[in-house]
Design a protein around this ligand. Structure first.
Ligand code: FMN
Ligand code: MN
Length: 477
């Protein structure tokens, strides 16, 4: 069953015990943030806050896809599905896109607040981390914009902070993001760009907005692919954009061509507050539409695991695998382990060897944005098995010839905590490639040590005998 809205998804999480409902009053000022943060760090359940100080009738849903169990449930798989199978299912589904359908009336428009009546402070936006520059209304929410040339809509997840009752500030800073590319089409004409913020969209819609599928596509088609069912879309009340009909809250706005104001700092996804206050583009909110008793959605980004390091790492890794395959790299699997926060990526290849490792390096180094700063390339270890990866990294990666240090002159990830303020400002940094593969050209018999494992060390007949008798020896399985 596809979860076409969060209410159905919350019911599913209730059944599997993956959510708690907090009925006790909680303060939107730091308490919601602190509870959510500790829940992530204990790999606990998602949360519905049902009683928020100053906001009777409002609820907050936190941590939608913050564990692989919840991601599996959102894909309608058993909660205990292994990570590699979750990755494989998601990768398979996005190969077959499903177009949305348009509806005339929508739950997300059960209530419509227009113009001067708009007051963003009436939503229960939490103040999440001590030191944040303000209350973040969009954390696990996404923005819809439209390419004026093609009419195709783009979805992207970008954070936004409340500036005052009519304005929010934020927007992507990285020129490679499509949302930014589209904004560049409006700015020269000094025209505002229509933008809708979708808060409390269904799991699939949020998931697919964390990654770019390309300029030639409408990203609603990928949410349909995730659900294997079309997303229902409705036209906004005041702007010419389509939004998911079953979302909880929609902010209809116009991103200003010429107005910025301070945004941040913010506790960011790599698990640090790396940047200070910066300028964010202002977006004027012209209308708020919402369901009855709306369920606001938030996350509390920080040290892993959370929705970013679990779900968004997966969508990023699958995009990397698709990219590497397009570049004819013999890649087997790409894994972005949550604790690597997409700064560390494990790439499995077959065969290995220097030539293939160089191909992997070239792929990452020639992207417009070099998000990771460390790549481990493995040929025998299962990228999803940290024990195997660590063993091959420790034993097969040559301390001189196996490590390649690359300087990134532009496009480095400024949210890399180890970079200096100077490096972050100039988008410079580095990418280390750790070659944990055997040299392809070597004579395996003479130069490559024999792996001392059950699989390699014993003749077939001995292995078969041992496997056949395993239970008879007294082992359980
Ligand atoms: C939780 C979360 C928050 C994000 N916040 C931002 C942000 O504030 N600014 C930004 O440029 N990218 C942000 N990203 C990354 C973008 O969502 C991602 O690069 C996406 O592909 C951008 O879409 P686009 O290419 O269609 O613009 C965030 C990702 C996640 C998972
Ligand atoms: Mn997009």
């Amino acid at each position: 069953m596809a979860y076409t809205d969060n209410r159905k998804f919350i019911e599913a999480l209730d059944k599997t015990g993956d959510i708690v409902h907090i009925k006790q009053e909680v303060d939107w000022d730091l308490e919601v943030g602190a509870i959510g943060r500790l829940a992530y760090q204990r790999e606990g359940p998602a949360i519905v806050f049902e009683n928020i100080k100053d906001y009777p009738g409002h609820r907050i849903f936190s941590g939608m896809l913050g564990t692989f169990r919840r991601v599996a449930i959102a894909l309608d798989m058993p909660p205990e599905t292994p990570i590699r199978d979750i990755y494989a299912e998601y990768a398979k589904r996005i190969e077959k896109t499903v177009k949305p359908v348009v509806v005339d009336s929508a739950p997300c428009q059960e209530n419509v607040i227009l113009g001067d009546d708009v007051d963003l402070n009436k939503l229960p936006t939490p103040y999440l981390h001590d030191g944040d520059g303000g209350r973040y209304i969009a954390t696990w929410a996404f923005e819809v914009t439209k390419d004026p040339d093609t009419g195709l809509q783009n979805w992207g997840m970008y954070r936004f902070m409340i500036h005052n009752k009519h304005y929010i500030t934020g927007w992507p800073r990285v020129t490679s993001h499509l949302g930014m590319v589209l904004h560049g089409k409006y700015v020269p004409a000094n025209k505002p760009m229509p933008m809708a913020v979708v808060i409390g969209g269904d799991p699939a819609s949020n998931a697919v907005s964390t990654v770019s599928y390309g300029v030639e596509v409408d990203e609603a088609d990928y949410a349909g692919a995730w659900n294997q069912k079309p997303i229902e879309m409705v036209k906004c009340k005041t702007i010419d954009l389509m939004v998911p009909a079953n979302a909880e809250i929609i902010l209809e706005g116009e991103l200003q061509p010429d107005r910025v104001t301070s945004e941040g700092p913010f506790g960011e996804y790599p698990g640090f507050r790396t940047e200070g206050m910066r300028s964010g583009t202002l977006c004027k909110i012209k209308a708020i539409t919402h369901r009855n008793s709306p369920i606001f959605t938030t996350i509390q980004l920080g040290v892993p695991p959370d929705d970013s390091s679990v779900l968004a790492s997966m969508t990023a890794a699958v995009a990397m695998k698709r990219g590497l395959l397009r570049h004819n790299v013999p890649v087997t699997d790409v894994y972005a382990p949550p604790h690597g926060v997409t700064h560390l990526i494990i790439v499995g290849v077959n065969p290995g060897g220097k030539k293939v490792v160089d191909q992997v390096r070239d792929y990452f180094m020639t992207r417009r944005r070099v998000d990771p700063n460390k790549i481990m390339v493995v040929d025998e270890a299962d990228p999803f098995n940290w024990g195997e990866v660590m063993h091959d990294f420790s034993t097969k990666c040559h301390p001189l010839r196996g490590v390649e240090i690359n300087k990134v002159e532009y496009g480095a990830n400024p949210l890399t905590p180890c970079y200096s303020a100077e490096e972050r400002r100039h988008y410079t940094g580095g990418l280390d490639v750790f070659d944990c593969t055997w040299p392809a050209e070597a004579d395996r018999f003479n130069e490559i040590p024999v792996r001392n494992s059950f699989k390699v060390m014993y003749p077939e007949e001995v292995k078969n005998k041992v496997l056949k008798n395993w239970k008879n020896y007294g082992f359980k399985d």
